[in-house]
Design a protein around this ligand. Structure first.
Ligand code: FAD
Length: 475
């Protein structure tokens, strides 16, 4: 037995092998490495073992085994989560349960507008399968090439189409879940209406692997949009962006799928560091909006969009703008927005946060947080961006030139606390879409209503009485 597996009960690895065979697990430190470090390589844990089941039955057998031996389990999908919920802690006792081999799309029903997928399907593959069937699966985020649907549902992911289609929880009709003790709940129903008691699937969605292991889901599909118009607009201020959003809502209503805000500094860094990206507009502007409208008709949307843009220019809400003329140009505009964090990485260490406030308080949040961080961390670069139409900002701070990376990273929790204080004063949420994970567990314990916390703990106790599922995450 290696030093690492010495943390496991005697004979545990042999019992794992008897259930799932040699392909179903690894104790090789080189293979384990990618599972114990987060996407941005800021969080690192330890684990003696990664479980790699290929079917729901294998997940169930492994969970029953872990339950019997009280071995703590960290479910993991694509490991793109941003709050450390999918990586083990530093104890070296937690095993990772990777769902990456459950990759079957079990069925696509074009008429019923549903798709049933296993938890390990990569989000982009699900989007493609829906498209092939002439339907649309609207969940879309920067990590869609590597995040997996089980992870998306476990985090209740948001992304760029929430305005029109809702968060991940609005896109699910049914779930299959393996419970902490290995029992399988088959809730794979494809019903839009089902008022038969508590909606259990919603309990597991957004529970970050702390209540059960999602193994499959029935997802909702939608008609495929035929015409999409994408606009890139320079705006003078966040207030102007919000006034523009109100005009878009008045004129275009639910045709708006995305309405994103990006700081001028963030755009400049994207133009500098991302390959194949060119400036959409001439000159530098303080803020930019990237908005998208779409419908199922083949054309005519531009005619609806034009008067809204003309009116906004006349009212000085828009300084300059451009409409994507091709799919390639549309993709480039989205790259500037979706690859913001990636573009910042070569400039130094980035401390990321994800918060939301009521829509009208976004300018206040931006002003107060900028004042706080520029005053307390001289030279810090404040580069927020996000889904402003949802009241959601990704609040990124870039290491000041000259400061050590480790010194800036050590400020992470202080920065988080300062930002969460402002968010709380403004009636917002300390996590809009990334979740709580390990990073925000302390903030949640401090700020959540005590009764809500108690109810969460009671639910956790009922579903995972021995506390083996993702200990240290959420509650
Ligand atoms: C570049 C980039 C852009 C991003 N943009 C967005 C965005 O716009 N919106 C957004 O919401 N998020 C975004 N994220 C965060 C991340 O992609 C999402 O949280 C995603 O849903 C995580 O999926 P995953 O498969 O990688 O999950 P993981 O990181 O593997 O896991 C996340 C959590 O879910 C749990 N989990 C995973 N699989 C299961 C399962 N099958 N059953 C039970 N629990 C499970 C884990 O234990 C962990 O707590 C972004 C991340 C990156 C790197």
């Amino acid at each position: 037995m290696s030093e690492a597996t010495a943390n496991l009960p005697d004979g545990f690895v042999e019992e794992v092998e008897a259930r799932v065979g040699g392909r179903g697990f690894t104790t090789d430190p080189a293979e384990i490495e990618a599972h114990v470090t987060d996407f941005w390589r800021q969080i690192r844990g330890r684990s003696p073992l990664v479980l790699r089941p290929a079917t729901t039955a294998e997940v169930a057998a492994l969970m029953a085994l872990c339950h019997r031996h009280r071995v703590p389990v960290v479910p993991q999908g694509g490991n793109t989560g941003l709050v450390g919920g999918g990586v083990p802690d530093e104890s070296g006792r937690q095993v990772v349960l990777s769902l990456a081999r459950l990759t079957r799309i079990r069925s696509v029903d074009r008429e019923g507008e549903t798709l049933t997928a296993e938890a390990g399907c990569v989000l982009a593959d699900i989007q493609a399968a829906a498209r092939e069937a002439g339907r649309y699966f609207p969940l879309s985020l920067g990590a869609e090439g590597s995040c997996r649907i089980g992870g998306n549902l476990a985090t209740n992911a948001g992304g760029i189409n929430v305005l029109r289609y809702g968060m991940a929880r609005q896109l699910v009709l049914g779930l299959e879940v393996v419970l902490a003790d290995g029992r399988v709940w088959d809730g794979l129903r494809a019903l839009r209406k089902d008022n038969t008691g508590f909606d259990l699937k919603q309990l597991f969605i957004g529970s970050e692997g702390a209540l059960g292991v999602i193994t499959a889901a029935v997802l909702r599909l939608f008609p495929l949009p035929r015409e999409i118009q994408t606009v890139w607009l320079a705006v003078p201020s966040p207030e102007a962006a919000l006034a523009l959003f109100a005009r878009f809502r008045d004129a275009l209503g639910e045709l708006i799928s995305s309405f994103e805000l990006i700081s001028g500094g963030g755009v400049a860094i994207a133009l500098k560091n991302l390959e194949g990206v060119t400036a959409p507009l001439s000159g530098d502007h303080p803020w930019y909006v990237l908005a998208e409208v779409a419908w199922t008709f083949a054309d005519g949307l531009e005619v609806l969009l034009e008067p809204v843009l003309e009116g906004a220019i006349e009212a000085d809400l828009v300084l300059d703008g451009t409409l994507a003329q091709s799919e390639a140009q549309r993709q480039m505009l989205w790259a500037i927005r979706e690859r913001q964090s990636e573009a910042m990485a070569p400039e130094g260490m980035v401390v990321r946060n994800d918060v939301s406030v009521p829509l009208d308080r976004i300018p206040l949040l931006l002003a107060r947080a900028k004042e706080l961080f520029e005053r307390t961390i001289p030279g810090v670069r404040v580069l927020p961006f996000g889904h402003i139409g949802d009241g959601n900002l990704h609040y990124n701070l870039l290491q000041p030139p000259g400061m050590e990376r480790a010194a800036f990273l050590a400020m992470k929790y202080g920065i988080q606390e300062g930002l969460c204080d402002i968010v709380a004063e403004l009636g917002g949420s300390i996590s809009a879409e990334h979740g709580i994970g390990r990073l925000k567990q302390g903030e949640l314990a401090r700020r959540k209503d005590p009764l809500e916390l108690l109810l969460m703990r009671e639910i956790k106790q009922a579903l995972d009485p021995s506390g083996i599922l993702n200990p240290g995450v959420i509650v």
